[in-house]
Design a protein. Structure first.
Length: 228
């Protein structure tokens, strides 16, 4: 079940362009503090060199990956240790994911990353033709769905992914497939990470406007039905 939910954004976006539009529009609701900052990285080897620092189960990371994949924009993914975050050592003041480094420039926050990358890709004519007009004309409808994607959809997913402790453990099985951590570290990250996220699920759900007494599966289904 967690694996299916983690792929939900990509599958839905492949079916309907408006959700990708919504994700691009979500940048309008991003906090001003999540701005670009300079970092030291190798010189880009292409006109648009992107490295995305992410967690595999992170819905906000999936939001960025969905837009980049749908838009045909290539990037490198770096799996971040959810506890030590050693892969983000270059980022002194910002330790959340996703973080993108675009042509040597650090960009924080999923919504800011999306708009920043789309603008650069469009300027370089690197974006797929069918989505080349994303965010060029921001209609009220797109802004509404952008806010919904940013504040509802991606915030309800963790409550579903980590709904029960066994499901949380299942979600953290990804550690055996990604990263270059030792087997001992993988076991530690799996169990501590799963327990932590399971305990945090209620808070994450509340941020998405979740209602007490309503089944999380039902709540997610209702939100998706509202969109479709």
């Amino acid at each position: 079940i967690p694996g299916i939910m983690l792929r939900l954004l990509a599958r839905v976006a492949a079916r309907r362009t408006p959700l990708v539009r919504a994700f691009s529009e979500a940048a309008s609701t991003a906090p001003a503090a999540a701005s670009a900052a300079t970092a030291t990285h190798p010189a880009p080897s292409s006109p648009l060199d992107i490295t995305l620092y992410k967690y595999e189960p992170c819905p906000f990371c999936y939001k960025v990956r969905t837009v980049l994949d749908y838009s045909g924009i290539p990037y490198r993914g770096v799996e971040v240790n959810p506890f030590t975050k050693e892969e983000l050592a270059f980022s002194k003041d910002y330790k959340k994911v996703p973080v993108a480094v675009v042509n040597g420039e650090q960009v924080n926050d999923s919504s800011v990353i999306i708009l920043h990358v789309l603008d650069k890709a469009r300027a370089l004519n690197l974006i797929k033709a069918e989505v080349a007009t994303l965010s060029e004309e921001r209609s009220l409808d797109e802004k509404i769905w952008g806010r919904w994607a940013n504040e509802k959809l991606v915030r309800l997913l963790p409550a579903n992914i980590y709904s029960t402790l066994p499901q949380a453990f299942e979600a953290f099985e990804y550690l055996s497939r990604v990263g270059s951590w030792s087997p001992i570290k993988q076991v530690f990250l799996k169990y501590t990470g799963a327990i932590f996220m399971w305990m945090l699920r209620g808070k994450l759900r509340a941020r998405g406007g979740g209602e007490e007494g309503v089944d999380v599966r039902t709540e997610l289904a209702e939100q998706l039905e509202m969109w479709t």
